[in-house]
Design a protein around this ligand. Structure first.
Ligand SMILES: Nc1ncnc2c1ncn2[C@@H]1O[C@H](COP(=O)(O)OP(=O)(O)OP(=O)(O)O)[C@@H](O)[C@H]1O
Ligand SMILES: [Mg+2]
Length: 239
């Protein structure tokens, strides 16, 4: 099993706040990996460091064996890491089509697929053909979330980071979103690192779960190993 992403001793502080405190972890190339931890654990900060939105104070981010620490965000995207944000980022006044094309132009891609192929493939995957001329502000929440993921796919990533993509969805919509993520992983060979507070969904979707707290790695293992660990339950309940 090869590692697509390796994180070594990552520290990030904001003034006196230690958001990441020597975080260590890795993501396997074939897996859906869940990242869990209480509010303020440092999960989003970790995504920001991985994607180049923030520079760490120290530590190394290695993607496909290459040191990408402190690379610019668009360069990291071009290398194959795409993300969604905890607060959805589609441009509300633009149509679905414009949103996807803008995402491609910003992120670019080193893939052999050109913009048109990526656009058609992504539209078809999400069955968004009939909505391509609709402004995203007029879409339902689930469709807006799909557009968020679709935007990330427009750079043909090999690693997709999803920050609470299921927040606000109904239980049925969450199940559908999980199916979408599983398909992306199996059909498009995309490794997924997923932040999610709904541990029931996390158990059903993840091959591996990484638990963190206070900016540190706590535990990595199968969903059962991690979610039934006594120390982990303390980290949640004792917060
Ligand atoms: N830009 C920032 N400036 C100052 N402090 C920040 C900044 N970003 C994050 N923090 C702090 O760093 C810590 C980790 O925050 P982070 O957003 O990474 O947590 P999280 O695990 O994503 O939490 P949640 O589950 O609530 O989204 C928190 O104490 C937060 O207040
Ligand atoms: Mg967060």
């Amino acid at each position: 099993m090869s590692e697509i992403l390796e994180l070594e001793d990552i520290t990030k502080t904001f003034g006196g706040i230690i958001a990441l405190d020597g975080f260590e972890g890795s993501v396997a190339a074939d897996d859906i990996t869940g990242l869990i931890g209480p509010n303020g654990a440092g999960k989003t900060t970790l995504f920001n460091v991985i994607t180049g939105a923030l520079d760490p104070d120290s530590g190394t981010v290695r993607f496909q064996g290459e040191d990408v620490t402190r690379e610019r965000a668009h360069k990291i995207c071009r290398k194959g890491i795409a993300r969604t944000f905890q607060t959805p980022k589609p441009i509300r006044s633009l149509t679905v089509e414009k949103n996807l094309r803008v995402a491609h132009r910003f992120g670019g891609s080193d893939s052999t697929l050109d913009e048109e192929e990526l656009y058609q493939r992504t539209l078809e995957f999400f069955d968004l053909g009939k909505k391509q001329n609709v402004r995203t502000e007029n879409l339902q929440l689930i469709e807006q979330k799909q557009v968020d993921v679709a935007r990330a796919l427009m750079s043909a990533p090999t690693l997709l980071l999803l920050d609470e993509i299921m927040a606000g969805l109904t239980p049925t919509e969450k199940i559908d979103m999980c199916e979408t993520i599983k398909q992306l992983n199996s059909e498009f060979d995309i490794a997924v690192l997923l932040i999610e507070h709904d541990l029931k969904r996390m158990r059903s979707i993840s091959d591996t779960i990484i638990a963190m707290n206070n900016g540190r790695h706590l535990l990595t293992g199968s969903p059962t190993e991690v979610l039934e660990d006594d120390g982990l339950q303390e980290a949640y309940i004792g917060k």
